[in-house]
Ligand binder design. Sequence first.
Ligand SMILES: [Zn+2]
Length: 172
Amino acid sequence: MKKIYGYRIYHLKCLSLQKICNQMNILNFILQYADELSCRKKFKDFRDKQGVICPKCGHKEHYWKKDKECYECKQCGKRRSLQANTVMHGSQLPFRYWFIAIHLLTSIKKSFSASEIQRQLGRKYYEPVWAMVHKLRQVMRIRDEKYTLSGIHELDEGFFSTETEDDEKIYP
Ligand SMILES: [Zn+2]
């Protein structure tokens, strides 16, 4: 029983990007995610809390290769980027753009179009921004259907972790 309790608390500690973004206004957001480095660091914290699982051997312990900004499996040596198997998989856009897009899409009670987000980010090309917004909307749709956005998860589970509605009811 105690273990289950601890597990739930652990999940609660894994506050989601969305929850964090929701709790802050634009000024706090800018302060907390002032630059690319702080966004990367925050994203890595999320992944570390969530736990990284090697796609090759299933091992759960990894070295963090700071110079290459990637994880290396302690068992088989397979490396993977910070974005691998997350909603950012394969994206060339900076982390901060993702954070800003999530903030815009989840914190502001207005429906932002991809072209408006492109304008806000000052990006020349529409396609990468559209792809980002499209992926985030997919994740948000999964959330609406089944999950709550809470923490970052492997992409095959929808990227964001899957805290259940029951957890929320017990710990609102
Ligand atoms: Zn491995």
